[in-house]
Ligand binder design. Sequence first.
Ligand code: AMP
Length: 554
Amino acid sequence: MSTSDPAGTPRPGHALLIRDLLHRVRAWAPGRTIQYRDRVTLTYAEWLGRTARLGAWLGRLGVRPGDRVGVLDWDSHRVLEMFFAVPCVGATLHTVNVKLTPEQVGYTIRHARDTVLFVHADFLPLVAGLRGFLGGVRHVVVLADGPWEAPEGFPVAGEYEEGLGSTEPLASWPDLDEDATATLFYTTGTTGEPKGVSFTHRQIVLHTLAAGMALAVHDEPMALRSSDVYMPLTPMFHVHAWGVPYIAVTLGLAQVYPGKYEPAMLLTLIERHRVTFSHCVPTLLLMLLRHPSSGAVDWRRLKLVIGGAALLPAVAREAMGRGICIVGGYGMSETCPIVAVSHIRPGLMGEGGEAGDAVDVITRTGFPLPLVQARVVDDAGRELPPGGEGVGELVLRCPWLTAGYVDDPAASERLWKDGWLHTGDGARMDADGYIRITDRIKDVIKVGGEWISSLEIEDVLARHPSVAEAAVIGVPDAKWDEHPRAEVVLRPGLPAPTPRDLLRHLHAAVDAGALHQRALLTEVAVVESIPRTSVGKIDKKRMRAALSGSVVLA
Ligand code: AMP
């Protein structure tokens, strides 16, 4: 960082700081609103005032540069205030993943060394239950939507609205090092305890500018517009809701924060506030589309970035059939997260173009964002030529990738082997420049020496009219090493196919050349539900553990 030139003369305004994302909206959209559920409506002018009060109050609570401040809340205007105020006073915001087990929540708060916790009343019992393990926490502040009560013998430092109400706004945000850590959250990997992933001011500002630019500049299939109404559908504790709240504030979009994700409430908010822009994992999209109240929503005004897991063509077609304009996004916790979006490159479709239709392009994983270098490499780290059939690991470089896992040098070294961030995703780079994730490397199924993508089998199954959802894992097989096992949830109210019918459906796809021959070895099980991770994705780790009888901690 360099807030001064070589002679030591300060260069004010030079560093890339989150506080500077706030300048424009002050004049551009002071009257636009930030809505919280059906409870609170704030203008940007009011929200900016509250954020400045929070900055001052943090000081009164003893928060100093370098301290870590944890928040356990649903998606709210308050968390948006913390997205800015906490890093802008030089502290680090730890967005605690409230969907982890209580032990893991305690672990992450301890590991992060949080000194102040902002806790929604819903999570007070959880935090009170952990009190013996949270030695470093000096203050707990309550976030409440109504009457609340502190658990017996559990001291709280105050309530959020009272604290803001009794504090004068901070006159100005301090100068900081752009490499100061701004945010921190934990990701659950395949093994071990959750890992801390952090981002600096510089990284968040650059991600905001590059992702905002990419989302806004391409017309096909959709563009983010200043007139959009934004509501997150991926939780704010997970990679800053993909960083879109930072983009929305920078551009002064009208925003809606939905609180706890309750499907009926989400649908009501989308319709009532005429939400036009959001993002989510495919499983949440399907849950909303198939909800009994889904018919009350006019989906045609909605633009949706689908990411966090593969956007299968069957899912894309279902959403588009309802009138939603969708595009695919790719990233991971460690990448801030957006690194690629499946915009439709000019000339790709239509006469002379490679692509059959829009679904063919938007279900490619994505085209790298400005500043992103993406390569597919083999086991020896050699780049596989774009356009080839070979599958390797996707590796990345760009200015907003995490430097490593907090206090975990060994895992950080594996992440950054050879100077590239290793995603753990199997991929091909196509001749048109799009990244195509074929499968998470650990999810690829090795059947008699042939590698089969679990995603391809899932997509074929999802196209069966009676299938609501399908997930495929590899299970040990004495003859073939592994064979695929598909767990399938059926749609209620439709004729129920037997596993044998579903196998016939796979057979037809093999005959049509859409699926590898060895996919015929798939064992199909009809199940009530498929396990989910804390951020709503299909949890293949849990599926494997259920079969082997082992216990999953994450
Ligand atoms: P997380 O760190 O929990 O956000 O998970 C990141 C992982 O989700 C990536 O490494 C991929 O395996 C998967 N993922 C994210 N976006 C996509 C996508 N568009 N297509 C396929 N897989 C994806």
